[in-house]
Write a protein that binds this ligand. Structure first.
Ligand code: HEC
Length: 130
């Protein structure tokens, strides 16, 4: 019984702590934080998703930067389209939003592509093409 308890504690500690240490470039810059605030204020989530969560009128933005590129994303945010409103944002605000999208882009891939199930039951995205 005590062997089981010890195994449980070790397994739990491993699962809940592995890969959770933030490295420096995973922290959000002030610019990206400003972008996040704008994302909330302008309610972009009403139409867009991150990791599949959000409104469904527009596309998922998790990997918008690597999928469409920064210039295209800037153009959408600056001018809107027939189905996306033009929010009349200043140049700095657009830059902040792009910075926020770039930050989100680096957090992972959605939808998940090639991943391996590890012996611990977790998944590895080491084959991530980006
Ligand atoms: C009323 C719904 C709506 C809101 C609110 C909205 N969008 Fe969009 N957005 C869309 C739609 C629809 C598209 C696709 C437009 C098209 O292809 O013509 C789009 C496209 C985009 C794209 C291009 C992504 C791609 O993969 O093509 C970006 C980037 C984007 N929006 C960012 C934002 C940001 C940032 C905000 C908040 C400031 C926002 N959107 C608010 C509807 C919306």
């Amino acid at each position: 019984m005590s062997t089981l308890c010890i195994a449980f504690v070790i397994y739990s500690a491993t699962i809940y702590t592995s890969g959770t240490a933030a490295t420096h470039d995973q922290r959000m810059s002030d610019e990206a934080r400003h972008g996040q605030q704008l994302y909330q204020e302008k309610n972009c989530v009403a139409c867009h998703q991150f990791y599949g969560l959000g409104g469904y009128m527009g596309p998922d933005l998790t990997n918008a930067i690597s999928r469409r590129g920064e210039a295209v994303s800037r153009a959408f945010i600056t001018a809107g389209t027939a189905s996306m409103p033009n929010f009349q944002l200043s140049n700095d605000e657009v830059t902040a939003l792009v910075e926020f999208l770039r930050f989100v882009d680096k957090t992972g891939t959605y939808p998940p592509q090639d991943y391996d199930v590890l012996w611990t039951g977790g998944v590895s995205q080491e084959d991530d093409p980006r």
